[in-house]
Design a protein around this ligand. Structure first.
Ligand code: ZN
Length: 292
C-alpha cells in the first residue's frame, strides 16, 4: 500500500495510491484520521480499513502531493552510513563510525516531493543526499533488532539537503541540516508488505539528469533494524517519526572540484520499490522573513 498526503481544492488529507489514482480516504472512510501521524497512531485496524477502502478516487495528476509526513514528531538521520560515502568523507576528516552518527533535522524542514527547495540567503554551499527514509508506526522503546520490523510503518524517499558550511563549521550538524524546505520526502510511504526486505534496493540521485549517486541499501553500515535498536535504547520512537538512514557516495562537496547546487538545478532521488522525488532549487524567497 502507498500512503500519501495530498491537497485537493484547498483541503489537505491522506489517501492510498492505486495506479494513477488516489483513493480519498476522508471520503471513503470518514472515521479515519485525516492526518498521517494520527492515522499511523491508530495502528493496524486503521491500516486495514485503508487497505480495503473502496471509495471515490482522484487522478494523481489532479492533486498536489505534500510531504507524506507534514510534521514528523522527529526527523532523525544517520551520518556516514555507507562505506563508500565514509571513504569520500574521510578525505574531509570523517572516519568509518564505530557507533551510528545520529543527528536531527528539525521537523519544520519537512517538504513536499515535487516542490522547489531553497538556496539559502545565508549560504551558497548547498548539497544533496539521497536516502532511504524509515517511517515509525508504533510508539516503542528498547526494540531489539529482531523485532524492529514490527515498529516500521513503511519506507519513503528522502533528500537530506545539507548546507555544508553551516554543517561543518561547528561540532554538531543541526543548523546545516535543518534549513526550511531541506527535507523533501515522498512521494508516498510504501508499507513493508509491499517493499519487502529494505536492504536490497537500488538508490540513485541525479542532478539535471546526470547520475551522481548510485548504490544499494544492502551497503548500509548500520541497517534499518540496527538503527531502530540503537535509537530506541535512548528514547521513545513515535508514530510518524522519520529516520533518514544515510547517503551513499557521490555528494557534490566530495567532487573534485566540488559541485554544489545552484539555483535552477533539479535534483531527483529514486529508490527501487518506492518511486522518486524531484525538486528544483530556487533562491530563498524574500517572504521567508517573518515575525508572527
Ligand atoms: Zn544524510
Amino acid at each position: 500500500m502507498k500512503l500519501v498526503t495530498f491537497t485537493h481544492q484547498g483541503s489537505t488529507r491522506i489517501g492510498v495510491v492505486r495506479g494513477e489514482q488516489v483513493v480519498d480516504l476522508h471520503a471513503a472512510a470518514p472515521d479515519l484520521p485525516r492526518e498521517m501521524n494520527a492515522f499511523l497512531e491508530a495502528g493496524d485496524a486503521a491500516g486495514e480499513i485503508a487497505r480495503l477502502a473502496d471509495g471515490p478516487t482522484l487522478p494523481l495528476a489532479d492533486v498536489h502531493l505534500e510531504a507524506p509526513l507534514l510534521r514528523p514528531p522527529k526527523i532523525l538521520a544517520i551520518g556516514v552510513n555507507y562505506a563508500d560515502h565514509a571513504a569520500e568523507a574521510q578525505q574531509g576528516g570523517m572516519k568509518i563510525p564505530e557507533y551510528p552518527v545520529v543527528f536531527n533535522k528539525q521537523s519544520t524542514s519537512a517538504h513536499p516531493p515535487h516542490d522547489p527547495f531553497h538556496l539559502p540567503r545565508a549560504s551558497q554551499a548547498l548539497d544533496y543526499e539521497g536516502e532511504l527514509g524509515v517511517v515509525i508506526g508504533r510508539r516503542c522503546r528498547h526494540v531489539p533488532r529482531d523485532r524492529a520490523q514490527q515498529v516500521i510503518a513503511g519506507y519513503t524517499v528522502v533528500n537530506d539537503v545539507t548546507v555544508r558550511d553551516w554543517q561543518l563549521r561547528t561540532p554538531t550538524w543541526t543548523m546545516g541540516k535543518s534549513f526550511d524546505t531541506h527535507c523533501p520526502m515522498g512521494p508516498w510511504i510504501v508499507t513493508p508488505d509491499e517493499f519487502g526486505d529494505p536492504h536490497g534496493h537500488d538508490i540513485k540521485t541525479w542532478v539535471n539528469g546526470e547520475l551522481r549517486q548510485s548504490s544499494n541499501t544492502k551497503h548500509l553500515i548500520f541497517d534499518c533494524f540496527a538503527i531502530i535498536e540503537h535509537l530506541s535504547t535512548a528514547f521513545t520512537l513515535e508514530p510518524g517519526d522519520l529516520i533518514a538512514t544515510g547517503t551513499p557516495s557521490g555528494v557534490g562537496i566530495a567532487m573534485k572540484p566540488p559541485r554544489l547546487l545552484v539555483a535552477g538545478d533539479v535534483v531527483r532521488v529514486a529508490i527501487d520499490g518506492i518511486g522518486e522525488i524531484e525538486n528544483a532549487v530556487i533562491p530563498e524567497p524574500a517572504e521567508t522573513a517573518r515575525i508572527g
